[in-house]
Design a protein around this ligand. Sequence first.
Ligand code: NAD
Ligand code: TYD
Length: 352
Amino acid sequence: MTILVTGSAGFIGANFVLDWLAAHDEKVISLDKLTYAGNRQNLASLEGDARHLFVQGDIGDDALVAKLLAEHQPRAILNFAAESHVDRSIHGPEDFIQTNIVGTFRLLEAVRAYWNALPEADKQAFRFLHVSTDEVYGSLSPTDPAFKESNKYEPNSPYSASKAASDHLVRAYHHTYGLPVLTTNCSNNYGPYHFPEKLIPLIIHNALAGKPLPIYGDGQQIRDWLYVKDHCSAIRRVLEAGQLGETYNVGGWNEKANIDVVHTLCDILDQEQPRADGRSYREQITFVKDRPGHDRRYAIDASRLERELGWKPAETFETGIRKTVRWYLDNQAWVNNVTSGAYREWVGKQYA
Ligand code: NAD
Ligand code: TYD
């Protein structure tokens, strides 16, 4: 048995593959383009593991995908590959359209051809799981109920609009062609291997480097945070038992304002790695210009996943965030590696 995982050198994809191979004796084909966000080092512990094959390539390269499918005959495909950073989508939306929309479309076409030719039993058992975001639902007011699967799509950034388009394509391939698809819409993840362009790893990295901790606007924007390994366990559960054609919201029941997340990070760092001058990392907090079109609040109602499939997160925000800070303190070589070169150009442009 084999699964194919796209975007597996990125943050969530890498955690997924590492967790999968720690628990299953099933071959994994990794397909990743290795953009700035993809890092072979994330999968370094799998070097020499015969159950893992890494292929550098684009989900939009239908000839390559068709070849991989024919050669390895996967029973499932998990699509993590995407351009994923909202701020980058504001500076340059084109790559988001190309990978998240056109790439997903080409992948679906290659998968449809492969699936159509499978023997009936394999056809029934096959799954295409598309990993998406809660950002497709838009922004909530402080009193709105959390996003349910039935909320209408109201994406506000080029990133979320491109993810919404990919979700619609996946849905259409089920309704039109019968492709056995599943979609998950998850809230903000955090944990090991998170690229330090996103809030939590950026704050940890800047704090330790003695740099300003940039808070957009008033810092009162709210996100729901989920430890990445809980997202991976939810995806495994949906793959195993999800109803075909359905979508599942995944969340941590952890709504936090950005400024509170940053205060928590500073307080943990004050304990774990105090500043040389004995002062708090909170002194590095700097309010900067807000993100254009910044969504005010995301909150996710994951009760369907809990009720129908029995999934619950294992970590609270308090336990997960401590583990995350510890991971960054213990993995400074990884951080140094990913923050060289192109990363500096991005930081220069975004925080100038
Ligand atoms: P990431 O940016 O860390 O990783 C994306 C990976 O995809 C990288 O390894 C990159 O090289 C690869 N990739 C990009 N374009 C590709 C292409 N055309 N072909 C093949 N590979 C390509 O992203 P992430 O945070 O790991 O997110 C993974 C998925 O989960 C995305 O689909 C994202 O929308 C979704 N998601 C992320 C979050 C979050 O908080 N990070 C929350 C909910 C959903
Ligand atoms: P981010 O990690 O980029 O995830 P997303 O935009 O997908 O939710 O940002 C999380 C929140 O943190 C978001 O409200 C924007 C805010 N933010 C800052 O205040 N400063 C920063 O430097 C970054 C990167 C994000």
